[in-house]
Each structure stands twice: as structure tokens, then as C-alpha cells.
Design a protein around this ligand. Structure first.
Ligand code: MF3
Ligand code: CO
Ligand code: CO
Length: 292
């Protein structure tokens, strides 16, 4: 019989969680719903798997490098999709987005106020001053590599250029916070610390993710500080860091009721994103989707 007066604990949510944690530990139950140190589902990759992740990551990076010169004024996002799909196939891999939960294309192309999951279309022609995130995920020998960049079309307003370069910096700040023994929330903390000074907002309803045989594995990686990510990092974990940064003050987003995929900022402000797949190593993080 455990009897505790919870009124003191209830003053702060943190205490409520700590209290519940202690009680549940005592009665030997799991506490999955509290997300406290819940890493049972996070797969640790062995050497053979890591090698495959390196190959998949490298190919995803190659697709982005390959497509870069085609991302220009006047081209349709569907053209970019076709080229990426063809390149991926030629390299013996498949495009993970195609048919993923019914997604209709091989890459995601997210233009201007589209936050993520934009569907390539023939009618979507890139124009001078636009920004477009191209998100590539390949499956090679059973393993996923996931990476994206935001490209600028022609002459982009300086304010927009700043948004794009800061979104990229934010991703690298997050990656730099990765170290075995540290908590995963250091990633979001570093991103939030950096981004907060610009008056931008960090999207909360989409995050990074564990990755491997599965496209989206545990853990869910938050790009802002939250104790929900109080998960101890370990060598051999692989996950993505992919902050979506809105130029406006609101992180609120909306999903298109028409196609069920396209996510836009609720306030119509622009959004930029960069993504890498990383491996937790003894020293910190190895970026798998970067060609050295
Ligand atoms: N590549 C995206 C990510 O970074 C996921 C796209 S899922 C899709 O997680 F179905 F929209 F393709
Ligand atoms: Co991803
Ligand atoms: Co992606």
C-alpha cells in the first residue's frame, strides 16, 4: 500500500511525472504513456546495419546533389520528382515516399508557405524569388536514408535568405548537441536557443524520427525543448534532425483537406527546412546523408 499526498506534487507537472514515475516503479508497471526514459522501441544498429545506413544515406545525399542544378525558375516540381525517381532507380534503390501511406509521388517538394509533404505537380512551376524544400528518402538494401534542403530560386529577398540559412544553421546546432549519454532533448534545446532570437517559430506537430529498416521509427525527435524527449542517447542509434522553421511567430500548421498531405503555415508565412540522417557515435554524431 502506497500512500502519498499528491497536492505538493500537483503544483508542477514535473513533480506529477516524477511522482507517477516513482509509484509506477514501485508497483512494477511500465510507464510508456509518460514517455519517461521510454527507449525500449529504439533500435540500436549493429556494424552491418550501420554500413547499410551509410550506403543509403550517401545515395540520398547524391540524389540531392544531382537534382540541385535542375531546381531553377520555370521547372515544375513534377519534373524534379521524375528526375529523382529515375536517378534513385538507376542506383538500385527505391523512393520511400512513393505509396507510403498512400503518398502519390517519389519526393516531397514544399514551396514557400508549405512546411512539408508538398506533392510534386506539373502545375507547380518554380518562379523567381521562391524557396522550395526538396525532401529525398531512398531505400537501399532494406535501409532508409532521408535528407532535405531548401533551395532558393533566382533572386530571393534578403529576409527570406536569412530564414533559409538560419534553418540550416538550426539543423547543424541540433546535430552538434548529439552525444551518447546525453538526453535527446538537447537537440531541441539547442535549436530553440538558436532560433528564438530571430522571432521565428519552430513547427511542433512534425519532428524528426528514428530511421533504419523503417522510414519512421522511434524516437520522435522534437525540435524544441521538451522533457518528452528525456531519452538517453546511445551509440548506434540513427535518427533524423529536420527542423521546420516558420518566418512568422506562430508554429501552427494546417493540412490540406483537398489532398490530405500538404502542410502549410496557418498564418501564411514562409517556412524553411533542412534534414540529415545521423548516427550516434562515441564522439557525437556522424552525418550519414553528407558526402565528405
Ligand atoms: N521525408 C519525410 C520525412 O522527413 C517524410 C515524407 S512522408 C511522405 O520524414 F509520405 F510524405 F512522403
Ligand atoms: Co525525415
Ligand atoms: Co525527409
Amino acid at each position: 500500500m502506497i500512500e502519498v499526498d499528491i497536492s505538493e506534487f500537483a503544483k508542477k507537472r514535473w513533480w506529477v511525472d516524477q511522482f507517477a514515475f516513482v509509484v509506477l516503479e514501485k508497483i512494477g508497471q511500465k510507464h510508456r504513456h509518460l514517455n519517461l526514459q521510454d527507449k525500449e522501441m529504439i533500435s540500436i544498429k549493429n556494424q552491418a546495419e550501420i554500413e547499410k545506413m551509410r550506403k543509403a544515406g550517401k545515395l540520398a545525399a547524391q540524389v540531392l546533389n544531382y537534382i540541385e542544378p535542375f531546381v531553377k525558375e520555370g521547372v515544375s516540381t513534377l519534373y524534379l520528382d521524375n528526375l529523382c525517381a529515375e536517378f534513385t532507380q538507376k542506383h538500385g534503390a527505391t523512393s520511400a515516399p512513393l505509396n507510403y501511406h498512400g503518398f502519390p509521388k517519389s519526393i516531397c517538394t514544399s514551396v514557400n508557405d508549405v512546411v512539408c509533404h508538398g506533392i510534386p505537380a506539373e502545375k507547380d512551376i518554380l518562379k523567381n524569388g521562391d524557396i522550395v524544400n526538396v525532401d529525398v528518402t531512398v531505400i537501399l538494401d532494406g535501409y532508409h536514408g532521408d535528407t532535405s534542403r531548401t533551395f532558393m530560386i533566382g533572386d530571393v529577398d534578403e529576409k527570406i535568405e536569412n530564414l533559409v540559412s538560419r534553418a540550416e544553421n538550426a539543423m547543424y546546432r541540433g546535430i552538434a548537441a548529439v552525444k551518447p549519454g546525453k538526453y535527446l532533448y538537447e537537440v531541441g534545446k539547442a535549436i530553440e536557443k538558436y532560433i528564438s532570437k530571430f522571432g521565428y517559430s519552430i513547427v511542433r506537430s512534425y519532428g524528426g524520427h528514428g530511421i533504419g529498416r523503417g522510414f519512421h521509427e522511434d524516437p520522435h525527435v522534437l525540435h524544441y525543448y521538451s522533457r518528452e524527449n528525456k531519452i538517453r542517447l546511445e551509440e548506434g542509434m540513427t535518427f533524423t534532425v529536420e527542423p521546420m522553421i516558420n518566418m512568422g511567430q506562430s508554429y501552427a500548421v494546417e493540412t490540406s483537406p483537398v489532398d490530405g498531405w500538404t502542410v502549410t503555415t496557418a498564418d501564411g508565412s514562409l517556412s524553411a527546412q533542412f534534414e540529415h540522417t545521423i548516427l550516434v557515435t562515441a564522439e557525437g554524431a556522424e552525418i550519414l546523408t553528407q558526402i565528405k
